[in-house]
Ligand binder design. Structure first.
Ligand code: NAD
Ligand code: UDP
Length: 318
């Protein structure tokens, strides 16, 4: 296949490029570097099956040559208002990447008669009233809250993808990604995994927001990419949750980081993220297990140990 991947210079997009190339496909990567980094793609500079196009997906997209698949991953993804990369600080760009960017990438897929895969998110469930979250749950989202620029853009993106599938017969997939971490996350990303790892390496206090009783379920990047690749080559048009169902409170997560890296103080900071910070999040992955034969394999401890060297090196360079 020849595959267009938007958001290719980002954390997940760059790992996807690697996976598709390793499967023997050709990749066209597209990114405008708003939250991504050219360093994530530097190792592909001399790869002749890889072409990079610097472009904002909110604008009309032209890709020369044939395409067999389009994977739309371009979007800011961190909710942290303290990070310059947080979507709260990039609200219009985030809505445009999710809305106009999805429209443009669907248009490219339709023009090339290519299959289309949308990177959606557990955020479409909002602050969920159903636990764990199954794909049939409609969600609990504040349409004007701080997170709405991301959540509602992704909900619109899912609706538009299903409209292209139903109305135009486009061969679409939707992956609902739950918290994923690993090497190539930006050091200024602001999400909890890079924050705690960087704080631990620097022996600074780990900053738990609120009472730390909110939960998340963290998936290592290799497991996620495996699930997404299986979805891409499947015939599944309904949305699929991909994530690790091992649920943990943020306080327990801080303690786990301390067990792995030595002891940092754990401090509690006020929750400055409005009412939007979901209290609980855990994927029900039955659909991925049954339809894709997929299961995450990497434990949290193993995944953190695989991620630490990357951040150690980044901080040493800084
Ligand atoms: P990231 O910020 O590392 O990567 C996003 C990439 O998209 C960046 O390289 C950025 O420069 C690029 N981009 C943003 N807007 C663009 C635009 N208008 N035109 C071209 N490029 C643009 O984030 P990530 O964690 O790799 O997330 C990738 C995708 O996965 C996003 O769509 C995100 O919503 C989704 N997702 C990620 C997670 C996660 O835990 N990592 C969870 C749910 C969903
Ligand atoms: N969080 C925290 N300290 C940090 C960063 C995040 O306690 O330094 C909390 C945050 O309030 C949320 C959880 O960790 O409850 C996960 O946040 P993240 O930004 O990783 O993404 P989210 O799952 O909220 O989209």
């Amino acid at each position: 296949m020849r595959v267009l991947i938007t958001g290719a210079a980002g954390f997940l997009g760059s790992h996807l490029c690697d996976r598709l190339l390793s499967e023997g496909h050709e990749v066209v990567g597209m990114d405008n570097f708003i939250t991504g980094s050219v360093e994530n793609l530097a190792h592909l500079a001399s790869e002749d099956r890889f072409l990079f196009i610097r472009h904002d997906v909110s604008n009309f997209i032209f890709v020369p040559g044939k395409l067999d698949a389009v994977m739309h991953f371009a979007s800011p993804a961190s909710p942290n208002p303290h990070s310059p990369y947080g979507y709260v600080n990039l609200p219009i760009q985030t809505m445009k990447a999710g809305a106009l960017g999805t429209h443009n990438t669907l248009g490219v897929a339709k023009a090339h008669n290519a299959r289309f895969l949308l990177a959606s998110t557990s955020e479409i469930y909002g602050d969920p009233l159903e636990h764990p979250q199954t794909e049939s749950y409609w969600g609990h989202v504040d349409p004007i809250g701080e997170r709405s620029v991301y959540d509602e853009a992704k909900r619109f993106a899912e609706a538009l993808t299903m409209a292209y599938h139903r109305f135009h017969g486009l061969d679409t997939r939707v992956v609902r990604i739950f918290n994923t971490y690993g090497p190539r996350m930006h050091t200024d990303d602001g999400r909890v995994v890079p924050n705690f790892i960087i704080q631990a390496i620097k022996r600074e206090p780990l900053t738990v927001y609120g009472d730390g009783q909110q939960t998340r379920s963290f998936c290592y990047v290799d497991d996620l990419i495996e699930g997404i690749y299986r979805l891409l080559i499947s015939d599944l048009h309904d949305p699929v949750n991909i994530g690790n169902p091992d649920e943990i409170t943020i306080q327990q997560f801080a303690e786990t980081i301390n067990e792995i890296t030595g002891n940092s103080e754990i401090v509690s900071l006020p929750m400055e993220r409005g009412s939007g910070d979901p209290q609980r999040r855990q994927p029900n992955i039955s659909r991925a297990q049954n339809e894709l034969g997929w299961n995450p394999k990497v434990s949290l401890r193993e995944g953190i140990e695989k991620t630490l060297p990357y951040f150690r090196e980044k901080l040493a360079q800084a």
